[in-house]
Design a protein around this ligand. Structure first.
Ligand code: GTP
Length: 360
């Protein structure tokens, strides 16, 4: 059986303001919180012990995920302060005590990578670290690598311009690591694997790449978040529209458990609605992501929005595309929320909101 460390402690600044109140790994993606996409992949690949390297909002993550998931034992390694990508692995390894190759990965990626094939490659090449690589059209937001013909990574270029990029293969945030690598990470301070450790291994010829095709979503900002949700939704939803108790469902649609929809409501196309939500009579939800416990009042229209948990939208409200609503917001009847408006947690909205307004 394998062991894994999952980096789960970032501040998720690019997902603010929703991430002020909710850790990134608990954002729902196509029906389940992000962390379960990772745990499912690990479980299917034969992992039975996972340490979540946590920091920011650690308690909420622990309260939801707990100590056990589908036979995986889960422990939490808590940093007193953020330690980058290398520091948390060093700290979490004290708990994991790996004696052989282990997996380390970012918790905010959704992928169908074949980890067992990656492990076979890793052993064959006698690498100290193997880094999964994915080809992207625009590598300028990522760490880009240059490979030699044997699959060794020769160099890493962080966030290059298109012209500087040595390839379109980017660091996918999934690593196989030999325990000896841990000795290279200094304790007690912020350490970047990509900037400090990998260049040394590359020089020694012990850093290998594993290019893979298939699904890979890296969820950094709200545009990535939206894209991953709708792509996964299209992959899984039934093709045909349907009518259920007077509600019209235009596919693709996802509805969570215990969610109720009333007569003459329209849901979809492109609607992801979480658990315990209510879509009232005559309301319309399209191109939108609703987290759990969201109520949309009678005849309200929600188009192109992301609405986080425990949001109450009154009657005859109009929510325009690009709107982001954080957890625990209440919107009064008849309100209009203009395009690209952002609403912070715990707000009561009793007057119209202008386009692009930031309501704090
Ligand atoms: P931004 O602030 O928007 O860049 O997001 P982020 O904080 O999540 O950073 P990034 O997207 O680079 O993180 C990639 C993965 O590493 C995510 O799963 C994060 O939760 C995790 N991560 C980032 N920084 C730290 C850290 O200092 N400690 C731990 N334990 N995890 C981290």
């Amino acid at each position: 059986m394998m062991k894994a460390i999952v980096l789960s402690g970032g501040f998720a600044t690019r997902l603010r303001p929703i991430s002020y109140a909710l850790p990134k790994l608990l954002f729902p993606v196509a029906g389940k919180p992000m962390i379960y996409w990772t745990l499912d992949l690990l479980q299917e690949s034969g992992v039975d012990q996972v340490v979540l390297a946590v920091n920011y909002l650690a308690d909420s993550l622990r309260a939801v995920v707990g100590q056990k998931y589908k036979g995986i034992r889960i422990n939490y390694s808590l940093e007193d302060e953020p330690l980058g990508t290398g520091g948390p692995i060093k700290l979490a390894a004290r708990m994991l005590k790996p004696k052989e190759t282990f997996i380390a990965m970012n918790g905010d990626i959704i992928t169908d990578i074949d980890l067992n094939k990656m492990i076979r490659n890793h052993k064959r090449s006698k690498a100290v670290v193997t880094d999964a690589l994915h080809e992207v059209r625009d590598p300028s937001r990522f760490g880009v690598v240059k490979l030699d013909p044997a699959g060794r990574i020769q160099r890493f270029v962080e966030k290059p311009t298109l012209r500087e990029a040595p390839s379109r293969l980017v660091n996918a945030g999934i690593y196989l690591i030999e325990p000896t690598m841990l000795n290279m990470i200094p304790s007690g301070r912020k350490v970047s694997l990509e900037r400090e450790i990998f260049p040394i291994l590359a020089k020694r010829g012990r850093l290998f790449g594993f290019p893979f095709k298939g699904q890979w979503f890296d969820i950094g900002n709200l545009a990535d978040y939206r894209k991953a949700n709708f792509a996964l939704l299209r992959g899984h939803a039934p093709k045909r529209d349907l009518q259920r108790r007077g509600t019209r469902f235009k596919q693709p649609v996802f509805l969570g458990e215990q969610t109720k929809t009333e007569t003459a409501a329209t849901v979809g196309p492109n609607a992801l609605v979480g658990r315990n939500c209510v879509i009232r009579r005559g309301a319309h939800v399209v191109d939108s992501i609703l987290f759990d416990r969201v109520t949309i009042g009678e005849r309200s229209i929600v188009s192109g929005a992301i609405i986080a948990s425990s949001v109450l939208v009154g009657k005859n409200v109009r929510i325009e595309p690009g709107t982001i609503i954080s957890p625990n917001v209440k919107i009064s009847d008849g309100i209009r929320i203009g395009k690209d408006a952002i609403i912070h947690p715990y707000k009561e909205i009793t007057a119209n909101v202008r386009p692009r307004a930031n309501v704090m």
